[in-house]
Design a protein around this ligand. Structure first.
Ligand code: HEM
Length: 468
């Protein structure tokens, strides 16, 4: 809850109310459609993909907080950034506003029936099955493992040389995913299905961040099955995933294991059925793909901001090294980093009935996206929004519809508790043990890969000294 003092301190504020929600068809009359960005489709797509930050900020400045633009496959996709509009979409029923992830570019990779890509009752069923291992308490049991993976990784970093943090963060988050999801801890022995799987995931993720991969991704738009080099890579990966599933089905200690694959192998649907190998494969791949690069880049962004904001950096190191207020400072730093650089900058729902968005109305069937980036940079919610100020969050919790890096409602990120736990452990260890500097005082540009927004140079830093 925002108080008058918070507002007076200039740390957080409130947006003026703006009516939003489903309408009866006749009620659309009298409401204008959102203004459209007056640019040819190609120019707009290029600008949106290359420079989303500049693109959406300019559109909001010129057209207001609700506007529409060309989509990859349709003429008008609406973009909004008002928390009341966000609330109306997050709290809507899945019949009235199904998630646009049903049309996600990940569909050819993870199929149409995974928790990410399914809509309606199938989605709820998969989500129910997957929720228990992602619950706060279950996540607690991973912290020791996250901490060990972090310490191992930090000990390898070179001193005095510029290095990109994103791949190094990814090494940690991949270890965490392999342990948490597949139950593969440390380095699996050569020749085992687990070793093959780990190698293959590393290779595919490395390939997917190469510029040429964008062409491969474009080939997949609108398809249900992968084509081209993506299909080839996936076939190799599938072989390893199925080998791990097969071996695990036979494991004698299955009922004692706590990893997500083992839990899913024992899970039964409401109708009493088991998940098929194909269903297991799709869910596991979603978790790997949704889970480790996002968290790694979120951490890379946090350090990209910290090494360029001496007050915030000093305050974090001071709190962690003295122990005074450390927990609160770490939390505030992560929340502010995710506000200022949300790794997924845009999410959406397709309204199936007419919808009101403030002074505008849109017909049923419209894709309505929420620009997380724009919500997080509203002057009225976050005074001086471009400043990195973790103090905004000291003694204050983020609002459900004002701070939305994990989305919301029944589609809220399933891995949010895991991602927060990982970020807390890694940020704490790095602040305690490392003295880092920016390799270049200029902030890093954002690069858009698929649905993510990542630091263009991977969050480059120089490690000056390391403590025990
Ligand atoms: C900092 C890291 C992460 C960020 C920023 C992030 C962000 C998001 C966002 C924005 C959504 C869409 C929500 C919506 O449409 O309302 C989402 C969905 C999802 N995320 Fe994450 N995520 C992160 C980490 C993870 C992790 C660690 C996992 C699992 C291991 C995970 C698994 C998922 C899944 C399965 C969904 C689909 C949920 C559904 O549709 O019901 N994510 N995430």
């Amino acid at each position: 809850m925002t108080t008058a003092t918070d507002v007076a301190e200039g740390l957080v504020g409130q947006a003026p109310p703006s009516p939003a929600g489903p309408l009866e068809p006749g009620d659309l009359q009298g409401l204008s459609g959102p203004p459209h960005i007056p640019l040819p489709r190609l120019v707009q797509s290029l600008r949106f993909n290359q420079r989303q930050i500049e693109f959406v900020f300019r559109a909001r400045r010129q057209l207001g907080e609700v506007f529409s633009m060309h989509g990859a496959t349709e003429d008008a996709v609406v973009v909004t950034s008002h928390p009341d509009h966000v609330r109306s979409l997050f709290t809507a029923s899945p019949e009235q506003a199904p998630s646009l992830t049903g049309e996600s570019p990940l569909r050819p990779i993870v199929g149409t029936e995974s928790v990410l890509t399914a809509v309606g009752p199938r989605h709820m069923r998969q989500r129910k099955l997957l929720l228990p291992p992602f619950h706060g308490e279950a996540i607690e049991s991973y912290t020791q493992m996250i901490s060990e993976a972090t310490e191992r990784e930090i000990d390898r970093w070179p001193i005095g040389e510029p290095m990109a943090l994103a791949p190094r963060m990814q090494a940690i988050t991949l270890d965490v995913i392999m342990a948490g999801i597949f139950g593969i801890e440390g380095k699996p022995g050569r020749g085992t299905p687990e070793h093959g799987l780990r190698q293959m995931i590393r290779r595919l993720v490395a390939a997917s961040t190469q510029p040429a991969a964008q062409i491969g991704e474009l080939l997949q738009i609108g398809r249900d099955e992968a084509v081209g080099p993506m299909k080839f890579g996936l076939n190799l990966l599938d072989k390893q995933v199925y080998a791990v599933i097969k071996a695990r089905r036979r494991a004698s200690d299955l009922d004692e294991r706590r990893d997500i694959l083992s839990l899913l192998l024992q899970a039964r649907t409401e109708e009493g059925g088991e998940l098929s190998d194909k269903e297991l494969r799709d869910e596991l791949l979603v978790l790997v793909l949704a889970g480790h690069e996002t968290t790694a880049n979120s951490l890379a962004w946090a350090w990209e901001r910290l090494v360029r904001t001496p007050d915030a950096h000093d305050a974090l190191l001071g709190a962690v090294r003295s122990g005074a207020g450390a927990e609160e400072r770490i939390e505030a730093t992560i929340v502010e980093a995710m506000r200022s650089r949300p790794v997924i900058p845009l999410i959406g729902r397709r309204v199936t009935v007419p919808w009101r968005l403030g002074e505008h109305g849109v017909p049923g069937g419209t894709a309505v996206t929420m620009s997380i980036l724009l919500v997080h940079h509203r002057e009225d919610l976050y005074p001086r929004p471009f400043d990195f100020r973790p103090e905004r969050w000291i003694g204050r919790k983020p609002g459900t519809y004002e701070w939305i890096p994990f989305g919301g409602g029944i589609r809220r990120c399933l891995g949010a508790a895991l991602a927060m736990a990982e970020q807390r452990v890694v940020l704490e260890a790095m602040a305690r043990r490392l003295d880092l500097e920016a390799d270049d005082p200029a902030p890093e540009r954002a690069l858009h890969r698929n649905v993510t927004m990542i630091p263009a140079r991977g969050g480059r830093v120089v490690l000056r000294s390391r403590h025990r």
